[in-house]
Design a protein around this ligand. Structure first.
Ligand code: MGD
Ligand code: MGD
Ligand code: SF4
Ligand code: MO
Length: 725
């Protein structure tokens, strides 16, 4: 037993003047268990305690989690709708006035209907996010298809989980982010983790990682930076950004060559071995070392450790997925599990570190350009019919598939899309190639944005709607294990803010589509319709009732009936979800990143996160402790590289790519490859690293290549530096 499990026996003490509301953190996919402390005299949230009895995180929380409660009653909260009458001021914070909900709704309906009657239904778009509950995500999809009747809906998970989703779908025929519960992690013999800064991004997984090593097991990490996780690794595969597919192919090649393949498993449960083996053959340690820059001995030893381990788990995150070959990287690393048969049983399998709080559930229920609830396909007539039955519309009324998140901005620029309803995302910071994205937002004839705070994206809006925070509403989210859990309401909505689902219902009514929405009066009523809409899809949530979730510490999908306890382990019966029950070993020839370094741009730029901030930073930059700890972005540079360029620690330099330039302070660190630089992306306006990133898209997942492009650094001269020191 893990020592920490002792804490499960400790009850949280109740203070007489406070109520404790059990719930989960608002931020990442770990969804750590917490109790919000509510003052009984004011009914306001005043603090937080970890939940020791939550089996996944056992009372652990990170710096973002312990301060998350400060969001609810923050001075910056939007309390009433805002309208901007002067479109000249778009792109700034100026010109907004407060308005009533009725005035805001009236304006939105008039503008939306005007655009649609002039330019057609598809002139409107919805762009959403997955910090929302399943119920809200579900209703967002229904709102786009049934109330607005547009094909154009996509969401920020396109920038996050889309490659993992597409890779798992291709390999297994199903996309559940983890094949096993997190409570298995510490019991395995080897963790092979690629492209995950676990200690900063999923910190409350770390005690399980350490436990593997404490028990004599191994940790192998593939990352161009020596992150806190890599520092603890038995082997750190310090590869060049964008070269994972070569590394994965090499691992699989060595596993086969050295006799670690499970031939029985391969022949009984997989297709594609011969073709795959033919492709990986070329990836000798020597050849792979040339591509990746990783030492030959490390490659050999890593494959040996994984091959020998009785039980092993392959894990990865955005480091391998946010590439223009992210889908291939996912299938490539997953080949390791299939070739060795280390999958479909306790303590062995594969997992991606799902990013956002509801990054798993939010991708299953119809916010994606081509997806419908239950992970159904909008291109499959049978699936469309099933969903139409629940929605009460005719199949011929279902809109066609749309385009991916970044491609929607391209359609705004060329005026195919003229209006947008943006909710729960801040693409004016987080989308790649900001020059195009910001120009596209400016080009819109009419834009509505709903948020808790005035984000950088709200600056482009004509109407801003105030929504509730996660602590002022209830519903379910699905954590990184595929476990459906309950979010509880701790406080009444601040000011006039409303939950997103309620805004959808009220807007739909005013758009003349009330017959499809008006029956939804509470979050629970949305939940009941949502469970029904997922029924029979493979992401089947039908049996995940709120009562069962409470009783069982969550419910793993698929959960098909009230009697079904859910599915913590995937593929225990060795049945994969392709028609013949077999998984696909994908043959994946290597290809380089979209932009390789060259004379003019000799460095590789990679981007990502720090522990103190969350995504676009619109939430965490407002929390005093987090902002004090990390008030501004910087560029990580290796001392050797700095010497070559004649630049020093804390000096402001010009970092530039083919897309543009940004001025950053230098952070010298040994913990990065000399040929690579890193910038965290949590900052907006002229500090956004996405002014420099490339919008090269993966052909299958349409994921942008956030993790690598070619860059160069200059000493910032007086003249070129726009940043005052
Ligand atoms: N503190 C914090 N935690 C978060 C978030 C946050 O914003 N802040 N966001 C949440 C969300 S939505 C997400 S998606 C996750 C993201 O979680 P992670 O994917 O762990 O975070 P990143 O920093 O994007 O990238 C992970 C690592 O990939 C490495 N990397 C870069 N290029 C490559 C490459 O080519 N190959 C390999 N193998 N590695 C590479 C980087 O050096 C970095 O250490 O975190 C979640 N948790
Ligand atoms: N360069 C670079 N860019 C990246 C990445 C990278 O690694 N590098 N990672 C990508 C990844 S993985 C992700 S997930 C994206 C995320 O990027 P974004 O989608 O921009 O993520 P957030 O900052 O969470 O934006 C959510 C917004 O919704 C608001 N919000 C929170 N809860 C609610 C709610 O319940 N309702 C409504 N209406 N609003 C709410 C928040 O205040 C915030 O403004 O960024 C991507 N961009
Ligand atoms: S690890 Fe993720 S879920 Fe847990 S407290 Fe931190 S941000 Fe919240
Ligand atoms: Mo993400």
């Amino acid at each position: 037993m893990l020592k920490d499990e002792f804490f499960r026996t400790i009850a949280n003490k109740q203070h007489p003047n406070e109520a404790l509301v059990p719930t989960h953190c608002s931020y990442c996919g770990m969804q750590c268990g917490m109790n919000l402390r509510v003052d009984k005299s004011t009914n306001k949230i005043i603090g937080v305690e970890p939940r020791y009895d939550w089996p996944v995180t056992l009372g652990k929380m990170c710096p973002k989690g312990v301060t998350a409660y400060q969001q609810t009653n923050h001075d910056d909260r939007l309390l009433r709708p805002l309208i901007r009458d002067n479109p000249q001021l778009k792109g700034t914070k100026d010109g907004f006035r407060e308005a009533s909900w009725e005035e805001a709704y009236e304006l939105i309906v008039r503008k939306f209907q005007g655009l649609q009657s002039q330019y057609g239904k598809d002139s409107l778009s919805v762009f959403s996010g997955v910090s929302m509950t399943n119920e809200k995500c579900y209703l967002t999809g229904k709102f786009a298809r049934v109330a607005l009747q547009t094909r154009y809906i996509d969401y920020n998970g396109r920038f996050c989980m889309s490659s993992a989703a597409a890779g798992f779908m291709r390999t297994f025929g199903v996309d559940r982010g983890s094949t096993l519960p997190w409570t298995d992690l510490h019991q395995t013999d080897c963790l092979f983790i690629a492209g995950s800064n676990t200690a900063e991004c999923h910190p409350t997984s770390m005690f399980r990682v350490w436990e593997v090593q404490n028990r004599g097991g191994y940790l192998i990490v593939a990352d161009p930076r020596e992150t806190p996780l890599a520092r603890r690794a038995d082997i750190h595969l310090d590869l060049r950004p964008g070269t994972d597919l070569a590394l994965a192919n090499c691992m699989v090649n060595l596993l086969i060559q050295n006799g670690y393949a499970d031939k029985e498993f391969v022949s009984a449960h997989t297709n594609g071995f011969d073709e795959m083996a033919e492709v990986v053959k070329a990836f000798t340690p020597e050849y792979t070392s040339e591509i990746t820059g990783v030492a030959v001995e490390k490659l050999i030893r890593a494959a040996e450790i994984y091959g020998k381990a009785p039980e092993a788990i392959v894990m990865f995150a955005r480091g391998i997925e946010q590439q223009q070959k992210g889908t291939d990287n996912v299938s490539g690393y997953t080949n390791m599990c299939l070739v060795t048969g280390k999958i479909g049983r306790p303590k062995s399998g594969v997992a991606t570190f799902t990013g956002q709080g509801n990054g798993q559930g939010g991708r299953e229920h119809g916010q994606k350009a081509d997806a419908l609830p239950g992970y159904r396909k909008i291109t499959n007539p049978k699936h469309v019919e099933e969903v139409c039955k629940v929605w009460g519309i005719k199949p011929e009324e279902m809109p066609q598939p749309g385009v991916s998140a970044y491609e929607m901005f391209e359609l705004m620029l060329n005026k195919t899309i003229r209006g947008m309803y943006l909710l729960c995302s801040n693409p004016a910071v987080s989308a790649p190639n900001q020059h195009t994205v910001r120009a596209a937002l400016k080009e819109l004839d009419f834009m509505v944005c709903s948020d808790l705070y005035l984000s950088e994206s709200c600056e482009f809006a004509d109407v801003v709607l105030p929504t509730t925070s996660w602590s002022e509403d209830e519903g379910t989210v699905t954590n990184l294990e595929g476990r459906i859990i309950k979010i509880n309401k701790a406080q009444e909505p601040l000011g006039e803010s409303k939950p997103d689902w309620q805004i959808h219902v009220e807007l739909a009514e005013r758009l003349g589509r009330g017959q499809y929405f008006s029956h939804l009066k509470t979050a629970r009523e949305v939940a009941d319709e949502f469970r029904l809409a997922s029924k029979g899809g493979y992401a089947d949530y039908y049996g995940a009732t709120w009562d069962k979730i409470d009783k069982q510490d969550g419910v793993f999908w698929p959960c098909k009936s009230e009697e079904d306890p859910g599915t913590p382990y995937m593929f225990l019966d060795k049945k994969f979800y392709h028609g013949d029950g077999k998984a696909l070993l994908c043959a994946l020839p290597y290809r380089p990143p979209a932009e390789e370094p060259c004379g003019e741009y000799p460095l590789r730029l990679t981007t990502g996160r720090v522990v103190y901030h969350y995504l676009s930073g619109n939430q965490t930059r407002r929390i005093p402790f987090l902002n004090d700890m990390c008030p501004e972005p910087y560029v990580e540079v290796h001392p050797e590289t700095a010497e070559q360029y004649g630049i020093e620690h804390e000096e402001v330099v010009r970092l530039y790519t083919r897309r543009g330039e940004v001025f950053y302070k230098v952070k010298l660190t040994q913990a990065i490859r000399p040929d690579t630089v890193f910038v965290p992306y949590h900052f907006g306006h002229d500090l956004s690293i996405n002014l420099l990133t490339i919008a090269a898209l993966d052909p299958i997942s349409r994921m942008p290549e956030f993790k690598v492009c070619a860059a160069q650094i200059d000493k910032a001269t007086e003249k070129s530096s726009r940043r005052s020191q």
